[in-house]
Design a protein around this ligand. Structure first.
Ligand code: FAD
Length: 486
């Protein structure tokens, strides 16, 4: 018997550790005995709600996980197997289940964050002590950390070089789910806990639907049309022109090989060169995801520390009132407020708008990126430390390929450029719903009387962008040790 420990791989197919231990491939094993050629070992799937990991979780993500687990369990049940769902410390629970089911191995997909790797090490040691093997495989990325490096063997800190190698390197194809004859059935029914059971409140957002079927559906929808306009429309938040696969990639309801196979098929079917180019741009985003996972793997401290050192500390401001206005979408900058409200309503935000709100927090409000990262961690269904941290440190000019400190987004012109008809703004900011787009984009220049007449319930801008831009430049120059002494 082998236990398969599902984590961020909430799917039955294209799951390397779940399936390939049954194939001709030799699993990577870190146990104290040689991995068995497990073609004849029944598999028992397990999910563990570990309080040490739950401490870092938040309602939208847990809601997505519970939804996905229900669908995954259904998949197993229709094959006369079942998903064991337990609560407790992962090392102890897995050791206990291995003993109860006489399992000689546990398989799982490799984690990349510091927290996940420490937990896995504890599990490995605990299983080792009982003579149970640990089979861990890289599954969550096409190219594992350390496999794409500079010619000197160092991890890349610049995306464009990483991308060239990532783009040209052969990708593995997806693998099928294990056959029903390979699955074992537990002798008990383990209910999936509710949010309340786990001590979480209901999320305030309507969380995206989870599960492997929904992920496949989204992937197919996106690749049969919208992907061809990705290049020109992806920066338009009102266009709904991106894949919305992020929670699925974060929680592994779809495998990266399945995504890539489908994207390559779309490229083959592309009607013209522009469409092919658009597919390539999309592939570039998949590579960004892997780049940030590599950055996190080699620099686990970035979840709390700046990736990039400055000569002096950056003098971020503490301002509870401005932070609250930002979180609530009440800054008086319409595109910022629309994004922050989309986050609260959908546990999701469009990428362009994530960049704008992150720039606004760090360069207009001069508030530490860690505050923003923490809010996103609590509110996003797709939060994962690699991408979230990469995005925040990019915006704060503290990251790998970060936005240079002197290039500061103007939230008004960003709104005009990316949401010219204010469709996105009006969707998420009801106070501005009937307002002419020109007046919306002029909001910061209107007089208090004009604002009162135009949209009495919408706030005036809480800061002046021009002033704050100057303050941000001075703050970064001091951090760089370049500011005048006087
Ligand atoms: C401040 C900030 C915070 C972010 N936090 C997260 C996060 O917690 N989780 C997350 O998955 N993404 C995060 N991103 C990246 C990006 O915004 C989202 O991946 C994207 O908006 C998800 O929508 P989509 O699936 O429709 O993307 P698509 O445009 O369809 O892209 C497809 C996939 O590529 C990956 N991807 C796209 N853009 C990026 C990027 N810039 N960096 C890394 N991977 C990318 C994602 O896995 C995404 O699902 C963040 C970006 C910023 C600026």
């Amino acid at each position: 018997m082998r236990l398969h420990w599902h984590r961020t791989d909430l799917r039955p197919s294209d799951n390397l550790p779940l399936s390939t231990v049954d194939s001709d491939e030799e699993p990577r094993s870190s146990g104290n005995r040689r991995a068995p050629r497990a073609g004849d070992e029944p598999i028992l799937p397990v999910y563990v709600f570990d309080p040490r990991i739950l401490d870092h979780a938040a309602p939208p993500r847990i809601a997505f996980v519970i939804d996905s687990l229900e669908r995954l369990r259904e998949w197993y049940r229709t094959r006369e197997s079942d998903l064991l769902v337990v609560r407790g410390s992962a090392p102890e629970e897995l050791a206990r289940l291995a003993d109860a089911y006489d399992a000689d191995a546990v398989s799982w997909a490799q984690a990349y964050s510091g927290l996940g790797r420490r937990r896995d090490q504890r599990v490995r040691e605990r299983l080792d002590a009982d003579g149970v093997e640990s089979h861990t495989l890289h599954d969550h990325l096409h190219h594992e950390p350390g496999s794409i490096t500079t010619n000197e063997g160092e991890p890349y800190s610049v995306y464009s070089y990483f991308w060239k190698k990532w783009r040209d390197r052969e990708k593995r194809e997806s693998v099928p789910a294990p056959g029903a004859d390979r699955l074992a059935a537990p002798d008990r029914d383990t209910p999936i806990p509710t949010l309340d059971d786990l001590g979480f409140e209901e999320p305030e957002a309507t969380v995206p639907t989870g599960g492997y079927e929904e992920a496949r559906h989204r992937l197919n929808e996106f690749c049969s049309g919208p992907i061809y306009r990705y290049e020109r429309a992806r920066d338009r938040p009102a266009a709904d022109a991106t894949s919305r696969l992020s929670p699925h990639l974060t929680h592994g309801t779809v495998g990266v090989r399945t995504v890539h196979d489908r994207v390559v098929r779309a490229r083959e079917d592309a009607p013209d060169a522009d469409a092919r180019e658009a597919v390539e741009t999309f592939r570039g985003e998949l590579a960004w995801r892997e780049f940030y996972h590599h950055v996190l793997y080699f620099n686990p401290e970035v979840v709390t520390e700046n990736y990039r050192d400055y000569e002096n500390d950056i003098e971020w401001r503490d301002d509870a009132g401005e932070l609250r206005a930002w979180r609530n979408g009440e800054t008086g900058y319409p595109i910022v407020d629309a994004g922050m409200r989309q986050l609260r309503e959908e546990a999701y935000m469009h990428n362009r708008v994530r960049m704008i709100v992150a720039s606004f927090l760090t360069k207009d409000l001069l508030i530490d990126w860690r505050e923003g990262y923490d809010w996103f961690r609590r509110k996003l269904a797709d939060h994962n430390p690699a991408n979230d941290n990469g995005g925040w440190q990019w915006a704060a000019s503290t990251g790998t390929d970060a936005q240079p400190y002197f290039r500061i987004f103007n939230p008004t012109t960003q709104g005009e450029r990316h949401d010219p008809d204010a469709e996105y703004i009006r969707e998420y900011v009801p106070e501005l719903r009937g307002v002419d787009p020109d007046l919306i984009h002029d909001w910061t220049d209107l007089s208090p009387t004009q604002r009162r007449r135009t949209a009495p319930d919408y706030p005036a801008p809480i800061v002046d962008h021009g002033d704050r831009r100057e303050r941000a430049l001075a703050m970064f120059e001091r951090a760089r040790g370049e500011a005048d002494d006087d």
